[in-house]
Design a protein around this ligand. Structure first.
Ligand code: WT7
Length: 652
């Protein structure tokens, strides 16, 4: 990677400070307070993290905070706890018993308020259902649900009985489910007939049925009747949630599990065709999400928090389920699309429920900007006091609009950098302390030793681009890639021995702020979702007409990146608009609609080096600028470029 940067240094960008009012009332009220605690957390991590972990309920205290045999960590060794009890029972047992845990709104407008007391009864009853079906600690349970309260009940019930959940985002297709079942060895599935999205039912159970045609080891499919659709059920295997819970006790005695008991697997894309099952465990993960949620969202008893992510992503795991509930927070959960029935829906929800902390993604903010100010202008957003952003770098234009139009100029914005692998937020402002510049996630969270290194492993100077690494283990870190320790070591810990490589490029300004530039590997960030180019390529090549494919990201105003695909057809197939459509749909069928290429070009060849490596750099430049200016001396066949240039000048 080049260490010279051609982009602005950001040293002289305008700085936005939190108001005195906000600072005064926050846990970390100044940069001096942040620095003091940060220094302690780095110098004495065991002291810092033991204090944070002690805010949770443990059946048995740990004997050692950290056991670190790089790259394998064990946190709170010997400690025993129940993650679900920490998120539910301890609140239901005290003054929060009748406090709203979840204020849920379905897309059609149906509503439910679930108190901590009710949450406890629902979760306990469903834990009994799972146990009655023979689900045991250590088993894997696949969850494929819309954003309905049952999704939270199901995850917490798994945690309660020590089974690991694997939530699969509702937008993924049957093959993606089958791959995950195969890799995780799950034997139980929890799904729904469908979910509501933009006024229509998105079918889910039929997709599960399709996946189960190729994977036969599932014993139980529990189906929530969300949409009252006609749903074929396979007797002996499938059952309705509402039938299963009939007459089942709402009491369940939770067992204590080891701090390192697997809590969940979450699959994410990398640079190969096969998604990785990221493994998270219990005590450290809950300590990390509880602690980061408390400080970064500066949660208060009376807050109404709302994270708009789907529980199918890590954001939904850490900042809808575990972080907020471990803190006893009240939160809004919404099933549907931001633009149903129109782009005012989110702002109506903020007004209706008095949301005070709002956490969303830059791609959504850009869509709102495009839709027009008349939507936020029509609602009273004065309940908001803090805003958050996650998923990709937030461009200054979006930051400024978010700050002014949604936050009324008075709400700090926490731009939170983290990953599926990190489990919890790693770099973020402290809302009451950190001076912000639009576009930077600013400084590392407590205990996070982040740095930017050049190719030889030296720390970059201010303004130089390098690789973002984490130099010390942290409690919510992934423990492995499920079933593949070798891949875990080579993917994350081999660029610089003993250091975690995030896969992101970054630079720091003179004030030490971290600016995330984007992925360095063949991973795309489309609307804040992570997609591997190799995964989409392998989906394309699985079509009988395709000989070879190359996929790259093209800059896109709304999605951050759009998917551009280049396809070489097998002899005997003719290029046509119909085939282009067929291939785009094929990707949606194999992976899911989120991976569908935005553009698809046919080509007789691809630009390759003499050793046969596809030169994605050239393809990227070509789609972004329409031409090639860089060095092409290593190119094997120059005519390919001319052909592609011609293609690109025609609309796809
Ligand atoms: C990748 C992780 C973390 C939950 C959502 C995505 C990018 C994430 C930011 C941010 C710049 C960001 C990175 C990272 N990313 N947040 N605030 N600023 N980039 O989770 O699917 O695991 O993706 O998202 O590139 O590596 P994920």
């Amino acid at each position: 990677m080049s260490s010279k940067n051609s982009t602005p240094s950001h040293d002289h960008d305008a700085v936005i400070k939190p108001s005195r009012e906000f600072s005064k009332n926050s846990r970390i009220p100044s940069m001096a307070a942040y620095k003091r605690l940060y220094q302690e957390s780095i110098d004495k991590p065991a002291t810092f993290w033991a204090r944070e972990a002690a805010e949770l309920d443990w059946h048995k205290k740990w004997t050692k905070v950290l056991d670190w045999k790089p790259p394998f960590a064990k946190w709170f060794v010997g400690g025993k706890l129940n993650v679900c009890e920490n998120c539910v029972d301890r609140h239901a047992a005290g003054p929060r018993r009748n406090k709203a845990a979840i204020i849920w709104e379905g897309e059609p407008g149906d509503k439910q308020v679930i108190t901590y007391g009710q949450l406890q009864r629902e979760v306990c009853r469903f834990a009994n259902v799972l146990e009655n079906k023979g689900v045991k600690a250590g088993d894997r349970v696949l969850i494929y649900l819309p954003m309905i309260p049952e999704a939270a009940y199901a995850m917490l019930a798994c945690a309660r009985i020590g089974a690991a959940h694997n939530v699969v985002f509702g937008g993924f297709a049957a093959e993606a489910i089958a791959d995950r079942l195969e890799d995780s060895g799950a034997t139980t599935i929890i799904t729904a007939d469908g979910g509501w999205r933009r006024g229509k039912v998105v079918p889910l159970k039929p997709v599960v049925d399709l996946a189960l045609e190729s994977y036969q080891n599932v014993n139980h499919v529990i189906v929530v009747n969300r949409c009252h659709t006609d749903t074929p059920m396979t007797s002996d295997r499938d059952s309705w949630w509402h039938d299963d819970i009939k007459g089942v006790s709402t009491r369940h005695k939770a067992r204590a599990f080891d701090s390192e008991q697997p809590l969940f697997l979450l699959y994410t894309s990398g640079s190969t065709g096969k998604p990785k099952g990221i493994l998270h465990t219990s005590g450290g993960y809950l300590t990390g999400t509880h602690s980061s949620f408390k400080y970064i969202f500066d949660i208060r008893e009376q807050d109404v928090y709302w994270c708009t992510a789907d529980i199918g992503w890590i954001t939904g795991h850490s900042y809808i389920v575990y972080g907020p509930l471990a803190n006893g927070a009240t939160q809004v959960m919404y099933e549907g699309a931001p633009n149903f029935p129109d782009f005012g829906r989110f702002w109506k929800i903020v007004e209706d429920h008095g949301v005070s902390i709002f956490y969303t993604a830059p791609t959504a903010i850009r869509a709102f900007i495009r839709a027009g100010d008349q939507f936020p202008d029509a609602y009273d957003l004065s309940s908001l006091r803090l805003l958050g952003s996650v998923g990709e770098p937030i461009n200054p234009q979006a930051w400024n609009w978010y700050h002014r139009k949604i936050g009324g100029g008075k709400c700090p914005i926490v731009d939170t950098w983290w990953q599926t692998e990190t489990g919890a937020i790693m770099i973020s402002p402290m809302p009451g302390a950190t001076p912000c510049k639009p576009g930077t996630a600013t400084h590392p969270f407590f205990g996070i030793d982040a740095a930017i290194l050049d190719d030889s492993g030296n720390e970059c100077k201010a303004g130089e681009d390098g690789r973002l690494v984490i130099r010390k283990p942290w409690p919510s870190m992934l423990r492995s890639i499920y079933g593949d320790k070798k891949r875990y070591e080579t993917t994350y810990w081999s660029d610089y021995p003993g250091l975690y490589t995030a896969g992101d490029g970054a630079r720091r300004d003179k004030q030490g702020n971290f600016w995330i530039i984007g992925r360095l590997d063949d991973v795309l960030n489309v609307s804040g979702h992570r997609l591997g180019t190799a995964e989409i390529e392998s989906a394309l090549v699985s079509h009988p007409a395709v000989a070879e494919a190359a996929v790259i990201g093209r800059p896109d105003d709304l999605k951050g990146q759009a998917v551009s695909a280049f396809v070489i057809l097998k002899a005997g197939n003719k290029e046509s608009p119909e085939l282009r459509e067929t291939l785009r749909k094929h990707v949606a069928k194999v992976i899911g609609a989120i991976a569908k290429p935005d553009d698809l070009y046919f080509s007789p060849g691809l630009p390759k080096t003499r050793s046969g490596k596809i030169m994605r750099r050239l393809l990227k430049e070509l789609v972004a600028t329409g031409t090639i200016s860089g060095n092409v001396t290593t190119l094997e066949d120059f005519s390919v470029i001319d052909h592609l240039k011609n293609q690109l000048s025609r609309p796809s």
